[in-house]
Ligand binder design. Structure first.
Ligand SMILES: Nc1nc2c(c(=O)[nH]1)N[C@@H](CN(C=O)c1ccc(C(=O)N[C@@H](CCC(=O)O)C(=O)O)cc1)CN2
Length: 282
């Protein structure tokens, strides 16, 4: 039986779950998993429900469309057998790109990779197998940035990419590009935000003498390193750790944090809650 995932958020009120489950029952749906959260601070309700049904198109889809209008919902209904279309962007450091490609190759990340894009040439990634995935070299200079971003946007559109992953892509996206990619661009920042924003967080961390370093996966917004946080992790460091040691320790944290964030998104487990996220973890 096909599986579907329903996610929604709306102003909180009594009867939301009843309205959803009643419609599922009416259309032969069977709930496999369901998680909900009520944000008392924003008075907003969040729900993720996985169910089986003969079909979720036609009457059931129409029923949820009518429900979302009545309750003022942001609602998504998706067939879980349809892999999401994801583009991977990287600059010089390839550890996150290599990790995502490996996890995809072994089936851990069920997605269709639409392209790998870099501002560095293919030679930079000569150690990586792209298994027939298109590679696009889009170099960036201060002068050509608008044209480079226009080429990137055309590629995103042409490949019907749903999610852009900045896997250590070290170029700041313009406000216009960040706006176009709102809610569909995830970045891995190599610090435990909000600490040490910017391009050289490990050197900043070393200079500050921290005892923990970390990494943060977040949705990209126009405000650098300020987007809604999806996943974070840390690891202890000591006085003897140099910036180079921190960069080495950080690579592992970045890899696992970015992969986890992408896995959550691929499984419809992330809902935006203003400048924050609700993550229905496993
Ligand atoms: N609009 C946004 N774009 C990007 C974000 C973001 O949050 N919003 N995150 C960055 C990634 N990043 C940190 O995680 C980061 C990347 C680059 C820089 C930076 O200062 N870059 C310099 C150039 C550096 C170089 O060429 O090596 C610049 O763009 O002038 C800071 C933070 C990705 N984009």
């Amino acid at each position: 039986m096909p599986q579907y995932v329903l996610t929604l958020s709306c102003p909180d009120r009594p009867g939301i779950v009843n309205a959803v489950t009643g419609r599922l029952l009416e259309h032969g749906g069977n709930i496999l998993d369901s998680q909900q959260y009520n944000d008392l601070a924003t008075d907003r309700f969040f729900l993720r429900t996985v169910f089986t049904a003969a079909s979720a198109t036609g009457p059931l889809q129409a029923s949820f469309r009518e429900l979302s209008r009545g309750f003022g919902m942001e609602l998504s209904l998706r067939d879980r057998s349809h892999p999401r279309r994801v583009m991977l962007l990287a600059s010089k450091f390839d550890h996150c790109l290599a990790d995502l490609l490996y996890r995809w190759r072994i089936g851990e990340l069920p997605m269709q990779i639409t392209a790998v894009v870099s501002n560095h040439p293919r030679e930079t990634f000569r150690h990586l197998a792209f298994d027939g995935i298109d590679f696009h070299h889009l170099p960036v200079t201060h002068e050509n940035k608008p044209a480079q971003e226009a080429a990137l946007w055309s590629l995103i559109e042409a490949t019907q990419t749903e999610m852009v992953v900045l896997a250590r892509y070290m170029q700041v996206l313009s406000d216009a590009m960040a706006a176009r990619l709102a809610g569909r661009c995830i970045n891995i920042h190599h610090s435990f935000l909000p600490g040490f924003k910017g391009a050289r967080p490990y050197h900043q961390a070393h200079e500050r003498g921290v005892k923990l370093i970390g990494a943060t996966a977040h949705f990209v917004t126009a405000d650098l390193d300020e987007g809604p946080i999806i996943e974070q992790d840390t690891q202890r460091v000591g006085h003897h750790d140099t910036p180079e040691d921190m960069i080495r320790i950080g690579r592992d944290i970045e890899r696992r944090v970015l992969a986890q964030a992408l896995r959550y998104w691929l499984d419809d487990r992330i809902l935006l809650n203003g400048h924050r996220t609700v993550v229905f973890a496993v």
